[in-house]
Design a protein around this ligand. Structure first.
Ligand code: BES
Ligand code: MN
Ligand code: ZN
Length: 492
C-alpha cells in the first residue's frame, strides 16, 4: 500500500473508489458539498430521505457516478464533529478500508476531512492513513486465498497547502507498516514464531533499516546472569533469545529504553492454563512485537534520539525440565525470587531484561507486557494499565499515548502494595498471593529491577488482542502502542 498526495479537483481523479466524509447533524460542506453539486444534489437528497445520516462508521457506497472520473464513490460518516478525535478517524476509515479491501481494489482517493476540532491536517492525514492500514490487513495470513486485497495506492486529496503534508504522508506510511508488523507477529502461529524465529526476523529488520543488533543465545544469557529468564525457558524445547536493538542518532543525549515481553507461547508451565485460557496465548509476545515495530519506524524516520530496544523471548512450557513451584531464582541484579506460580512468567523474564537495560545505561524505561488478566478485570479490553515509579515520566508517556489516540490509564503504586510480594524464603515471590490488585502487585515486582531509573510499565493484556472482529478491524493482534512509542521517541 502506497500513500500519496494530490490537489486536483475531486471529480477529475480517476480511481476505483473516491472516499468522501460526512458529518452528522450538519449541512454538507467541503468535499461533500463539492461532490453533491457534481452529482446534481444526490447526496443532499439521500440525507433528506434519511438514507445517509453521517453517523460514525456509516458507509454508503454509490456504484454509479457518471459525473465523476472515479468509478465509485464511498460516503463515510464521521459522527458529530465535536466528538471526533484521532481514534474516531482511525475507526471510521478502518471501517471503510475493511469493506473496500474485501473486494479487488487498486487505487483509492480520499478527500481529507477539514475542521476536525483540535487536529491539524497533518494529524488528520495520519489518522485516516492508519485506518486504511488497520482495515485492509487481515488476520487470515495462513488462508490459501487471502480474503483482503489492500489497495495498491491511497491518494489523499487536500484542498490547500498539499506540499506541507509530504512529511506526514511519509510518517503515516512508516507508522502503518510498523503497527501491521506488530500485528503480523502476534498473528503468526506459535509453531512458526518462537524465540529463535522472532530473533531472526528482528535481525533481518535491523539489517534492512540500519539498527545495531545483538542477539543473546543461551550461553550468552548464562554469562549475563539472566537466571530468571532462563528458568522460564527451561521447560521448552525452544531455546530463549534476548534481542537488543540500538538506534544511536542522539549523540550525547539520554537513551530511551523500550523493553518488551516476548513469550511466544504461554501454556502456564507446570501451573498449566485451561484450554480456554490458553487458546490465544500466542499473543503473549505482543509487547516485544510493539518494541520491534517501533524500533523499525524510529530507524526509518531517522529520529535524532538514542533508543534501546530489548525483547525478552521465551516459550513457557511444562516438562521434566521445567521450573517448579518453590524454586528460588537469582535474577541478574542479585535479587532472589520464590516461584509460586509458573504462569506468572512474564515478570520473571522482564526482571532480567529491565536490569539489563539499566546496565546498558538507559535513562528512561518503558516496558510493554501482556502481563496480567487482572489488568483486564480492572480496565477491560481496550485500555492499557500504566504503572510507574516517576510521575513526570508517566505524564510524558500518557501524553504520547493521547497524541497517538491509544488509551492508557494510571493505576496506583502505593508503597504498601509491596507487601503483597513478600516471601518467607526469598527477597520476593512471583505472585501477589491474592486475586486482588493483581496488575499492581506484578508492577511492584518489576519495580524491584529498575533501580532509580524513571520507568513506566504498560500492561497491554487487554488492548493487544481482539477476541472478535469489529467494524474497523479484524480479530487477532491489534498492533497497539506502536504509535505511542514512536510518538514518545519523537518527543523524547
Ligand atoms: N500472559 C498472561 C496474562 C494474560 C492473560 C495476557 C490473559 C492476556 C490475556 C500472564 O503470563 C499470566 O498468566 N498471568 C497470570 C498471573 C498470575 C498467575 C499471578 C494471570 O493473570 O492469571
Ligand atoms: Mn502466564
Ligand atoms: Zn504470560
Amino acid at each position: 500500500m502506497h500513500l500519496s498526495l494530490q490537489s486536483s479537483p475531486l471529480a477529475e481523479i480517476a480511481v476505483d473508489w473516491l472516499v468522501v466524509c460526512l458529518w452528522e447533524k450538519e449541512a454538507l460542506t467541503g468535499a461533500a458539498a463539492t461532490i453533491d453539486a457534481k452529482l446534481g444534489g444526490l447526496v443532499s437528497k439521500l440525507c433528506e430521505q434519511g438514507d445517509v445520516a453521517g453517523k460514525a462508521k456509516e458507509l454508503t457506497p454509490l456504484y454509479q457516478c457518471p459525473a465523476l472520473a472515479a468509478r465509485r464513490l464511498l460516503l463515510v460518516g464521521l459522527g458529530q464533529r465535536d466528538r471526533c478525535d484521532f481514534a474516531a478517524l482511525v475507526s471510521a476509515l478502518g471501517a471503510a478500508a475493511k469493506v473496500l479491501s474485501s473486494k479487488p481494489v487498486q487505487r483509492i482517493a480520499m478527500a481529507l476531512p477539514e475542521g476536525v476540532p483540535g487536529l491539524g491536517a497533518d494529524v488528520v492525514l495520519r489518522a485516516c492513513a492508519h485506518g486504511f492500514y488497520q482495515g485492509s490487513s487481515s488476520a487470515g495470513i495462513r488462508k490459501s486465498t487471502n480474503d483482503r486485497t489492500p489497495p495498491t495506492e491511497v491518494c489523499f486529496v487536500a484542498s490547500a497547502s498539499g506540499a506541507s503534508l509530504e512529511p506526514s504522508v511519509r510518517r503515516a506510511e512508516i507508522e502503518g507498516r510498523a503497527a501491521n508488523l506488530a500485528r503480523e507477529l502476534v498473528n503468526i502461529p506459535p509453531c512458526d514464531l518462537y524465540p529463535e524465529s522472532f530473533a531472526e526476523r528482528a535481525l533481518a529488520i535491523a539489517g534492512k533499516v540500519g539498527l545495531d543488533v545483538k542477539i543473546l543465545d543461551e550461553p550468552a544469557l548464562h554469562a549475563e546472569r539472566m537466571n530468571s529468564l532462563l528458568a522460564v525457558a527451561c521447560g521448552s524445547e525452544r531455546p530463549p533469545r534476548l534481542v537488543v536493538l540500538q538506534h544511536r542518532k542522539g549523540g550525547a543525549k539520554p537513551t530511551l529504553g523500550l523493553i518488551g515481553k516476548g513469550v511466544t507461547f504461554d501454556s502456564g508451565g507446570l501451573s498449566l492454563k485451561t484450554t480456554d485460557q490458553m487458546v490465544d496465548m500466542k499473543c503473549d509476545m505482543a509487547g516485544a512485537a510493539a518494541v520491534l515495530g517501533a524500533m523499525q519506524a524510529i530507524a526509518e524516520l531517522a529520529l535524532p534520539v538514542n533508543v534501546l530496544g530489548v525483547m525478552a523471548l521465551v516459550e513457557n512450557m511444562p516438562s521434566g525440565k521445567a521450573m517448579k513451584l518453590g524454586d528460588v531464582l537469582r535474577a541478574r541484579n542479585g535479587k532472589t525470587i520464590e516461584v509460586l506460580n509458573t504462569d506468572a512468567e512474564g515478570r520473571l523474564i522482564l526482571a532480567d531484561a529491565l536490569a539489563y537495560a539499566v546496565d546498558l545505561k538507559a535513562s528512561h524505561l518503558v516496558d510493554l507486557a501482556t502481563l496480567t488478566g487482572a489488568c483486564m478485570v480492572a480496565l477491560g479490553y481496550d485500555v492499557a494499565g500504566l504503572m510507574s515509579n516517576n510521575d513526570a515520566w508517566s505524564q510524558k508517556v500518557l501524553a504520547a499515548s493521547q497524541a497517538a489516540g491509544e488509551k492508557a490509564w494510571p493505576l496506583p503504586m502505593f508503597a504498601h502494595y509491596k507487601e503483597m510480594i513478600k516471601s518467607d524464603v526469598a527477597d520476593m515471590k512471583n505472585t501477589g498471593g491474592s486475586r486482588y490488585a493483581g496488575a499492581i502487585s506484578a508492577a511492584k515486582f518489576l519495580e524491584e529491577f529498575v533501580g532509580e531509573t524513571p520507568w513506566v510499565h504498560l500492561d497491554i493484556a487487554g488492548p493487544s488482542w481482539a477476541e472478535k472482529e469489529n467494524a474497523s478491524r479484524d480479530a487477532g493482534g491489534t498492533g497497539c502502542f506502536v504509535r505511542t512509542l514512536i510518538e514518545l521517541a519523537r518527543t523524547y
